[in-house]
Ligand binder design. Sequence first.
Ligand SMILES: C[S@@+](CC[C@H](N)C(=O)[O-])C[C@H]1O[C@@H](n2cnc3c(N)ncnc32)[C@H](O)[C@@H]1O
Length: 409
Amino acid sequence: MSKPRSFLDGRVVLHPGDCREVLRGLADASIDSVVTDPPYALVSIVKRFANSPRSERTENAENPYGRTGRGFMGQRWDTGETAFAAEFWEDVLRVLKPGGHCVAFSGTRTYHRMVCAIEDAGFEIRDQLAWVYGSGFPKSHNQKGDWAGWGTALKPAWEPIVLARKSLSGTVAQTVHQHGTGALNIDGCRVHADDAQGGAYTIKRFKPGATLDKEGGTWKPEGDGPLYHGEMKPGRWPANILHDGSDEVVSAFPESAGQQGVVTGNEPSSPFANVYGDMPSRAGRAEPRGDSGSAARFFYSSKADANDRVGSKHPTVKPVDLMQWLCRLVTPPGGTVLDPFAGTGTTGEAAFREGFRAVLVEREEAYQADIARRMKLAMAGPDERARESIKAKIADKPQDLGPLFGEVA
Ligand SMILES: C[S@@+](CC[C@H](N)C(=O)[O-])C[C@H]1O[C@@H](n2cnc3c(N)ncnc32)[C@H](O)[C@@H]1O
């Protein structure tokens, strides 16, 4: 394991190496949040079937199992031995403070394996977010002849993200006060659009100790409580869908009017209507907005920036803006974010931009170099980032630019 490298006045630290080893060296309860994007192990059939009779088939590089066993886009690191292992997540749990959140991306085909491991390690699964994008293309084996029009895959249009939490120490309020962790930064992650204005409201609270009376079809609080005046925050309550703002995604959402009536927060709701299990109370009162447009505006949109890659050839670079939103959602002010599968360091840059500290781990040397370049450019303007991205892109090997720029015989 090499020595850690420090960037941006020590606000971002990179541990080159295997995160399983690195985590063993991190102190208990030293991390405020984990925001990460582990390998999806989309096609690591070698690993998955290693101890089954099918493994023979994976050894032959010419058959389909062998070919796909090379990992996503041929990446050898795209395996599940770490992110599908509860023992790994037990160490993640140990280094997190009580109530600390863990946000981890996954692939639609392998999400279940990762999330079971996270849950088995002792995390509480709090939610599943969807990152919806328009840039995916189907990798389908299209059939010919009589079976033309039949294929093997759908167009990938979203990635699941698990939101998990370490157990609290006491109540949420006690954990937040003691450790800064346990709650989500709702106001910091509201969805702002031109129409999402705030406003004053008045609401009647239940009388302390009041019970509910049923008259006819609805439940009512028994007796009047005090009047409560509040201010509705501008921006919509953040939802568990995020998207890339592409025309393709925005046009796939229906045209939809915004909220038309007043929601008081006291509406009765049937526990059997849409969910099975707990029915948490509503978030509060909301006023009509009288707006219209694509329903995509209800969800946070984080467009990829052309310079997000900073010249890297990594196949799965995430938009920095998306990682910023996720870091902000789960990290207390001034907190430390851990990313055990850092890739090109988008989580590190996002954490830095949000005023957090970041601890990154990355095993591949090429991506460690990408992280170093990203950190060097973290304070640079768009022109310098673009220039350095181009330099990095063309640095590796001379490109074959075809006959137009080749030698004329
Ligand atoms: C999906 S990529 C992360 C990409 C990153 N989100 C970005 O935007 O650049 C996963 C990364 O985890 C790294 N990795 C895989 N197994 C690892 C391990 N055991 N320890 C450390 N890094 C690992 C891979 O090299 C790869 O760069």
